[in-house]
Structure formats: C-alpha cells, structure tokens
Design a binder for this molecule. Sequence first.
Ligand SMILES: [Mg+2]
Length: 329
Amino acid sequence: MAAAQYPGDRRSRLAVFSYRRRFLKPLVTAHGPWAWREGAIIRLTDGRGRATFGELAPVPWFGTETLEAAIAALEPFKNGVDRGAIAAIPDPLPACRFALGMAIASWPPWPLGEDPKIAPERVAGLLPAGAGAIARLPQLWDRGHRTFKWKIGVADPRAELALFEQILEPLPAGGRLRLDANGALDEEATRQWLTACDRAGDRVEFLEQPLPPGQEMAMQGLAAEFGTVIALDESVATVAQLRRCHDRGWGGPVIIKPAIAGDPLELLALIRDRALDVVLSSVFETAVGLGAIAAIADQLPSDRALGIGTAAWLEPLPADWWQRLREDL
Ligand SMILES: [Mg+2]
C-alpha cells in the first residue's frame, strides 16, 4: 500500500461501510449479554483512487460514543480529509478519532480483510470462565499460546481460588496466567487473590482490574503490598485518560484498546515518550482494526502478549461485503 497521501490532501473522499456481526455465542459482559457487534469500516480515497482504511468499533457500554454518533461526526469530512480533521473530532468520540487516525496513517499494510499474521506466543489465549479453563488450557498451549487469560470474580470466591490451583498445577514452565477480575472484587477478596498469586510466583503475569474504576489509589496501595503486579483496564480507556493515570503516579501495566482510545499516532507517541507498560487489546474488531493493533505492537518494545484472541468469537463477514470496500474508488 502506498505511503499516506492524506496529510493535507483535501481531495480525499471518505466512505462508510457499516457491518453487523453475530457473536457465535452471546458474550456475557458485566453489562449483560452482547449478541451483535456493530461497527463500520471507513475508507479514504485520494485523488488518484488509492484507498486506505480505518475501523469504527465503538463500545458504548465501555464509555465510548455510539456508532450513530461516530458516523454523524464524520459527515463533514465526506469530501475532504487531512490530519487536521482528527483535531476537529471532539474528545468524547474516541472510536471516531481512531478510525480517522488509522486511515490517515495508512494502516494496515496487508491485504484487505485478511487477519494480520501474529505468532500465537504473542497473543494471550482466552480461557473460558470457570472449570472449563482446565481442559481448554492444554489445547491452547498446543496451538502455541504461552500466556492465558482467565476471568475471575464471576463465581464463589473460594471455588474460584480452588480452581485457580487446579489450572496452575499442570501449567508447563514458561506458561503465564493473566487473571481478569473486571473490577468485581472488593479489597478483602483482592488480598486473597494477591496472596494466592504471590504463592504462584512468576506463573501469574498480573491481576487485572481487581477493584472498580475510581479506586486506582487503593489498587496502587495493594500493588505495593504484594509481589504480584496489578494491571488497570476499565480505569483507563482513552489516550487522555492514560496520560492522566501516568501523571498521577500509576507505574503498572495498563490494558489499552486502541480502537476506543483515540488517535493511534497520538497513542503511540505517548507510550513511547513515557516508556509506558501497556497491553494492547481488541474490542471485537474486524481484520482492519486488528491490523492496526498489530501495526502499533510492531512499533513498541513491549513483549506482553496481545489481548486479541477474539476473531473466532464472531461470524465472519461475507466476501461480497469485503468486495464492496474495493469498488467505486
Ligand atoms: Mg480486562
């Protein structure tokens, strides 16, 4: 794909292609079941008919704009886009900023619709919540995954702690577990988990978001008491929030979902300038958005596994839908 033509190119045209994909199994989130993933691909075409793409993948229940609001905000740019357009998109529209920023940055460089090729050891394998994780882990190990993510805080804490031991016990050397509480624990339960994690040593990579957003100071205090690292996820969504969180003294890892964080070039610059410890993660994007995550990851020194093992959770988009993106340039 050609280098970015867009900075300053007022001749570029913007087109929006919406999609709606069904989760193969409805995803249970803290906000209820998620059955359909709705989003859009935006296409910028320059005066010579060359196209670049960006993905609009908002998650309103995670604090972003709605898809409708994002598409409406792009309307003024239908007939001309340059880098200044991103600054014209208001802060509360981070998914919109990401899509525009990505298209302007000319990501990704591989064929449209094809998933980026990322080695499994660079991707965290997703374990099902509960006891199903025990049987699933060896399968993911055989596929090459070495980091495994398991949700906690969804069942009785004592049963979960017992399961944790059962998952850890057969974990081969070199394997690491990421525990994600999605803010569902209180301080006492967090201490119990951190105690158990400390016993597991380096087989636990980190405990993710034990307490709800707003309790970052408490999490910072707990992190200082234990050897196990605490990572933030729900506490931080956008580039501005990441900057603020670091300003306030957070030094641990932060999960960042680029598709809902804002301008990807601004994100990349912030992470690099401050040498931030980030874990890049997906929000059920298509291959277009996943490509941007891979492109960002390639430009960072971090060896933390990417949280992008999500493509197989959704019905694929039909080939003729992808074909439309290549037409009428
Ligand atoms: Mg999380």
